[in-house]
Design a protein around this ligand. Structure first.
Ligand code: BG6
Length: 474
């Protein structure tokens, strides 16, 4: 078996986790800039504690991150050396529209990304661009309340139109929102929302979700009009739910969790709200305002492909005493005793990857694109600075084998695979540098010390060989 010959192997990143240069090139301040490192970070991410500016006594890792802003040429050369066919990156909204509601974009920001795309093309690497990866200008949060407010559709539309127009011919693969389902769990990063005391959480978040779904459909429409070559995808934090036992109540719970996780991309992929979420919203008296005109836009502008992140499967149980959680990206689930876990407690389940791919394809019948998968681990360089990260190689090997089986044995069409954090970057969840995913080591620590020097890890050569053999040499 071989992977399709045009399979898009590569790596994935997000602007706020690698760029730095937060106040350079005319850039404005975003929600992602004011996420502090340390124990208070999570409450800010979740929209429970308001932090809309830098505060004394905190370290903000996104300000410099790994300084891709000044190292991008060197980094792209390393990606090219690994043989990347694609590179997933995101746009910092605040580089293009520093406050978010300007009428004219910031040329310096546009030029920054244009130069990157040209450089990628020079190396034969297709950019895969996320329009927003947990990114929202602070001004839009302060003035309009973030995605609560329907006016956000206008600002997002302007952003999308500007990008599609300027990068026509340079960028063909686009994602509208990173992990759109995350807004239900972490509204500050997902939708620029800090919940007010007494605010109806469900109502606010469903309405914000509707606004993002509309913005996504409008962007899909414009993207297709500006360049019919554009391929536009949705993006979900995936990972199938297993029932904790064969007890029907547990199976039912797993089905409900699955529904809860997928309804947003049901809308993006199938063009309408699924029956179960409409009923649930009614029951909860939290139905968003959806006009007939909205329904038409959603129906007419579905995505071309389904992209997703996969780190682990999840477990659901109907018994309250089983609510003991394991770690995971924001939404934790019940521990699965059959699986090992990473140093951060994220459980490792390559077969779950294949199961997830099957259920996504069963459900949507659209090509899949794996845009995040990887292992966050502590890397310890030896005296010569070399990292022998066999654990990371094992992780990717097993997941790539599972993906191969999904394609080859199960017949699931997959467009590509971009490993998360192909170069070390700051963790979205914890703000740490220590939680490394990369094939390239970056000398920087949790407190922001280090030379920023880039060094190839053992996994660099492995990934390079794997790509050169189109997935044969695992
Ligand atoms: C995904 C996000 O949820 O998980 C990334 O899209 C994030 O931004 C990745 O970095 C891994 O999570 P973490 O918390 O280990 O950085």
């Amino acid at each position: 078996m071989t992977f399709p010959k045009d399979f898009l192997w590569g790596g994935a990143t997000a602007a706020n986790q690698l760029e730095g240069g937060y106040n350079e090139g005319g850039r404005g301040l975003g929600n992602v800039d004011v996420l502090p490192a340390g124990p208070d970070r999570m409450s800010v991410v979740l929209g429970e504690r308001e932090m809309l500016d830098f505060e004394e006594g905190y370290y903000y890792p996104a300000q410099k991150a790994i300084d891709f802003y000044h190292h991008w040429k060197e980094d792209i050369a390393l990606f090219a050396e690994m043989g990347f066919k694609t590179f997933r990156m995101s746009i910092a909204w605040t580089r293009i529209f520093p406050k978010g509601d300007e009428l004219e974009p910031n040329e310096e920001g546009l030029k920054f990304y244009e130069d990157i795309f040209i450089e990628l093309k020079k190396h034969g690497i297709e950019p895969l661009v996320t329009i927003t990866h947990f990114d929202c200008p602070i001004h839009l949060i302060k003035k309009y309340g973030g995605w609560r407010n329907r006016i956000m559709l206008d600002f997002y539309e302007r952003l999308a139109r500007t990008l599609f127009t300027r990068y026509k011919g340079l960028v063909k693969y686009w994602l509208t929102f990173n992990e759109i389902n995350m807004l239900l769990h972490a509204p500050f990063i997902g939708a620029g929302i800090v919940l007010k005391p007494g605010e109806d959480r469900k109502k606010t978040l469903y309405q914000a979700a509707h606004h993002e779904l509309m913005a996504s459909a409008i962007a899909t429409k414009i993207g297709h009009e500006i360049d019919p070559e554009n391929q536009i995808g949705c993006m979900v934090a995936a990972g199938d739910y297993y029932p904790n036992t064969p007890k029907p109540e547990d199976v039912f719970e797993a089905m409900q969790e699955q529904h809860h996780n997928l309804w947003l991309i049901d809308v993006q992929a199938r063009g309408s709200y699924p029956h179960y979420i409409l009923k649930q919203m009614e029951r909860e008296d939290a139905k968003p305002e959806i006009s007939d005109a909205d329904a038409k836009i959603l129906a007419e502008n579905t995505v071309d492909f389904i992209s997703f992140s996969y780190y682990s499967s999840r477990v659901a149980s109907s018994s309250p005493e089983d609510k003991e959680k394991t770690a995971g990206n924001i939404f934790a689930s019940i521990e699965n005793p059959y699986l090992k876990a990473s140093e951060w407690g994220w459980q490792i389940d390559p077969l779950g990857f294949r199961i997830t791919m099957n259920s996504l394809y069963d459900r949507y019948q659209k090509p899949l694109f794996v845009v995040e998968n990887g292992l966050g681990a502590v890397d310890t360089p030896d005296e010569a600075g070399h990292v022998q990260d066999d654990y990371r190689i094992d992780y990717h090997r097993e997941h790539i084998k599972a993906m191969r089986d999904a394609i080859d044995i199960d017949g699931v069409p997959v467009m590509g695979y971009t490993s998360w954090g192909c170069i070390d970057l700051i963790s979205a969840g914890t703000g740490e540098m220590k939680k490394r995913y990369g094939f390239i080591y970056v000398d920087r620590d949790n407190e922001g010390n280090g030379s920023l020097k880039r060094t190839k890890k053992a996994s660099f050569d492995w990934y390079k060989r794997m790509i050169a053999s189109n997935g044969e040499d695992l």
